[in-house]
Design a protein around this ligand. Sequence first.
Ligand SMILES: C[S@@+](CC[C@H](N)C(=O)[O-])C[C@H]1O[C@@H](n2cnc3c(N)ncnc32)[C@H](O)[C@@H]1O
Length: 242
Amino acid sequence: MTPQQIAAFFTVHRDLPREGPGEAADVHWALSQLDLSGAVDVLDAACGPGADLVTLAEALPEARITGIEKVPQFAKSARTALARFGPRVTVKEADMTRLDHSYDLIWCAGALYFLGVTEGLQGWRSALNPGGAVAFSEPVLPDTAPGSAVMAFWQEYPQITDLNGICDRVAAAGYAVRAHRMIIGAPWEAYYTPMQARVDMLRRQNPDAALRAALDENQQEIDRWRAAPDQIAYALVIATPV
Ligand SMILES: C[S@@+](CC[C@H](N)C(=O)[O-])C[C@H]1O[C@@H](n2cnc3c(N)ncnc32)[C@H](O)[C@@H]1O
């Protein structure tokens, strides 16, 4: 990407509450599946602007919670969102492949695919406390044959599989799937509604060519999601080492 394209990307993505589909109910579901409470250590790997960190901090008032995010703009937004929680909740601008602490839960919404499910889980094994778990969301194909709208949406992620394929990649890392649920519909609306509002607002401000191209790209993504919102999904998976 050219510097202008990078700047345009971050202009579109500034001030969005989250950088991928998800909602507080997903975090609450994972915590209840794991029965996690008290003075536990939790990592949000690739926390983006910090929406899930806020939910984790509210749900686990005694926990030490860390966010790791490699993009300075997102890490700064997360710190702003978390300021009210004080020093027990911190955000590091760092690479999630290099963890120097261990955790009871590694939460990773919409970002494990950057590492690969198998490779990422393998790499995090030594960063889990005994009994610890990884909860991650990952693109997933529907059980029934996906239509052309679904494949168009995922065209830049050819590694996508159905749920069985995700379970295979988890098993290849030496983990077992303890629970899963689908992220579909409302959590995607929670991502795309603010993005659509930002795209519309920036279009009214006489954007330059680079920004117009970024706006077009984001609009295309939103439109592709709107073509098959009942079939475009992430699986939220809780995995533990075996
Ligand atoms: C789709 S966004 C999801 C962000 C956030 N979890 C959420 O749901 O809003 C993916 C995030 O992963 C971050 N990321 C990608 N690779 C990373 C790495 N190696 N270390 C830390 N962050 C990374 C990106 O900067 C981006 O913020």
